[in-house]
Design a protein around this ligand. Structure first.
Ligand SMILES: [Zn+2]
Length: 285
């Protein structure tokens, strides 16, 4: 499943390829669960718009759209028009297996293609999703809220305030999307290892100094992953392969029974809130 760094990489790759292009027409498939907004509303919101930018919010890809349409008849009209349509948004959640592909129109339409946007440049932007956990929606007023705080933007004090009073394990708090948005299982485990904190540790027992380190670790791990993912961006967006996802060089995640890279103690796995959690019993307290 794509996590924050992958979604960031995909959004950047899409921005590079389709920003300033226009959406001329839209075809949508008939699978209802993919469409979170009514299909007619998706099509009417996307068609005849210019893509101002593509960016990530949490684990969502957000296309900021501007209406291109016919030229307005009066200044007042133009102003009203801008207010109405300038901030429309197309929100894409990739789910487990969703992919956004920019391709030439004669490229084969592969199975599980759920949406095709024809672009002014002649290319097509396609949404492909075999397992159909991905979601497409539109926000006509452009006020999409992903909930929670961006982990890469949060300041140290705000970070501490978010977690300090909680009695839940810190791992569960890190995964709570209402607090931080977009930190998934892998990056939570890796951040906790780098901070010397066990996943089961109660958030309320963590010291200010440890929170300072955790705040740094979360941002460092995510940025490291984004940096490494940046070079393989074409694998996500252009190609058909699903193997393009960048894998951070994991120190604990998925390494149960293997020696800790710092102290050689065997890495343990526990289940917290239904999620696998990996840690070093010696390095993490
Ligand atoms: Zn260790």
């Amino acid at each position: 499943m794509p996590e924050l760094p992958e979604v960031e990489t995909i959004a950047r790759g899409l921005h590079k390829r389709v920003a300033a292009d226009t959406i001329e027409s839209v075809w949508l498939g008939s699978k209802p669960q993919t469409m979170k907004s009514p299909p007619t509303e998706i099509a009417s919101t996307l068609e005849h718009t210019s893509i101002a930018s593509v960016r990530r919010m949490g684990k969502h890809i957000v296309f900021d759209l501007e209406r291109t349409g016919s030229s307005p008849t009066s200044a007042k009209n133009a102003k009203a028009k801008r207010a109405n349509s300038a901030r429309a948004q197309w929100i894409v959640h990739l789910g487990m297996t969703g992919r956004m592909v920019v391709c030439e129109p004669d490229a084969e339409i592969v199975k599980h293609t759920h949406a095709i946007a024809k672009l002014g440049s002649g290319r097509e932007l396609r949404f492909i999703d075999p397992r159909r956990f991905g979601r497409l929606s539109v926000h006509r007023s452009g006020n999409f809220e992903a909930g929670g705080v961006e982990p890469l933007e949060i300041e140290k004090d705000q970070f501490v305030a978010l977690f300090r009073g909680r009695k839940t394990p810190i791992k569960s708090a890190l995964l709570n999307q209402k607090l931080l948005r977009g930190v998934g299982n892998i990056y939570a485990d890796e951040s906790l290892f780098r901070s010397g904190l066990r996943p089961r540790r109660r958030a309320s027992t963590i010291t200010a100094a440890q929170y300072e380190l955790l705040h740094k670790s979360v941002q460092k791990v995510l940025k490291e992953a984004i940096r490494a993912g940046g070079s393989s961006v074409s694998d996500y967006v252009d190609a058909d392969g699903e193997e393009g996802f960048f894998q951070l060089r994991h120190r604990v995640y998925g390494r149960e029974g293997e020696p800790c890279l710092v102290c050689t103690t065997l890495i343990k796995r526990v289940v917290i809130g239904g999620r696998s959690s990996h840690y070093c019993p010696k390095c993490q307290k």
